[in-house]
Design a protein around this ligand. Structure first.
Ligand code: FMN
Length: 411
């Protein structure tokens, strides 16, 4: 029995002209089973792959596939449809749809309605693997993500072309479950944004690992990729914040609209963070700072034969603790990567370091956390209460973390 997680929610479903459109009656059924009231809008191309009547029967609502059809009353139907939606979904999303939505083109029923949608929107792309890899499509996806569109799939599997590749639409059940669990983040608008937004909020985020050098070619470090901190920075910028991202060595380019300060060691990260902290409203310590560094650093590469196999170490500065000590009105968020007693350790860290929230992840679990594409975190508050976020792409998790920060700051 499926949980009725979409009970009473009005879901706007846009269907575009990919072969996977034949799965949309099943998708609508899955949404209805979860309690949603589904309004379908489709492109002329989509009608080649699925009959509007089939969608009409399963959604129990008139399907819109012609904007200029005569309607009852004087309201502008496509704007009303956009406004009525609590959640929006485009499945399947063609390469054509992604390109048009990313460029504000509105020349069919789906793009016209979706340009007016502000509700949290999930997109399930489906296309040939070469189309998916085209830089124009990749750029469109990146742009849409910056504007807070969420994505599910495409997945690897057998394509309509008769071979396996990445491009297959996620299964209807996965799409419906993802929509039901999606964090609430509305689509960006110029000069305005999500509820409880970050317009004008000054944010400092640390990200990535640090490197503690013994000599120019040897260092202590860890496998952090920086992706979580970068995703938090991108999400904050997309919500209107002024973001300074102080990053240890990471192979990711700066998110749009973010000031990136590159550093190497914990000492440098502290110095750069102190400068930005002076004017920050929110500080998120997402970096995986090395705890220790070699007590002595050599300016020249040491010969193997001359190196002492017993390395003397000393602690690095604790950036979160140092900054949070004098936080004043600032809102401070720590990260705790643990492998056991995750919540208890995170709560302990929160109290010790005067943080307002701690984001905890279990880095002992396979495929999440360090260097992974996805993450699954729990957000711990001072009173011990915990918000559990579902496992998702780091950008989606970043949305959930910011939702929690915005709500807690206001409370
Ligand atoms: C048999 C067939 C299957 C197609 N499947 C896809 C697909 O899976 N994904 C896609 O992006 N385009 C696909 N196309 C191309 C789109 O239908 C075409 O780009 C169309 O203009 C999309 O229009 P729309 O985005 O307005 O629905 C397919 C075309 C044909 C003829």
């Amino acid at each position: 029995m499926t949980e009725r997680a979409l009970e009473g929610r009005r879901v706007l479903l846009g269907v575009t002209g990919g072969i996977a459109a034949y799965k949309t009656p099943e998708l609508v059924r899955q949404l209805v089973e979860r309690g949603a009231d589904v309004q379908v809008v489709m492109t002329p191309a989509a009608r080649q792959f699925v009959a509007p009547l089939a969608l009409q029967v399963v959604s129990r609502r008139t399907v819109v596939s012609d904007l200029f059809a005569r309607s009852e009353g004087a309201e502008v139907r496509h704007i009303a449809m956009a406004r009525e939606a609590d959640l929006a979904l485009i499945a399947p999303a063609t390469a054509n749809l992604l390109g048009k939505l990313a460029h504000g083109i509105a020349d069919d029923p789906v793009t016209t309605v979706f340009l007016a949608v502000t509700a949290p929107t999930l997109i399930a792309p489906a296309m040939n693997d070469e189309m998916w890899r085209h830089p124009a499509v990749a750029a469109a996806v990146e742009r849409l993500e910056e504007w807070r569109y969420r994505f599910v799939g495409p997945e690897e599997g057998f394509l309509a072309e008769g071979y396996a590749g990445v491009g297959r639409m996620s299964e209807p059940e996965t799409i419906a479950a993802t929509l039901a669990a999606m964090p609430y983040s509305t689509i960006a608008r110029a000069g305005g944004g999500a509820p409880g937004d970050l317009d004008g909020v000054r944010v400092l985020i640390t990200a990535g690992p640090t490197r503690e050098h013994l000599d120019p070619v040897r260092f202590l470090s860890n496998p952090s990729s920086g992706r979580m901190g970068y995703a938090l920075a991108a999400e904050a910028a997309a919500r209107g914040a002024r973001v300074t991202l102080v990053s240890g060595p990471a192979e990711i380019s700066a998110p749009a609209g973010v000031e990136l300060v590159r550093v190497t060691s914990a000492e440098e990260m502290l110095a750069a963070s102190q400068r930005a902290f002076a004017t920050a409203d929110v500080f998120i310590a997402a970096a995986a700072v090395a705890d220790f560094r070699p007590a002595r650093r050599f300016d020249h590469k040491q010969k193997k034969a001359t190196l002492d196999p017993h390395l003397e170490l000393e602690p690095t500065p604790d950036i979160l603790e140092t900054l949070a000590r004098d936080k004043g009105e600032r809102f401070v968020v720590g990260f705790a990567a643990e492998t056991e007693n995750v919540i208890a350790s995170a709560h302990d860290k929160l109290l010790r370091k005067h943080a307002d929230l701690v984001v905890a992840n279990d880095v002992g679990m396979p495929d999440i956390g360090f260097a992974a594409e996805e993450n699954q975190v729990s957000i711990v508050a001072p009173d011990g209460s915990v918000i559990e976020l579902d496992r998702a792409a780091k950008r989606t998790v970043a949305g959930g973390v910011w939702d929690a920060i915005v709500t807690t700051r206001k409370a």
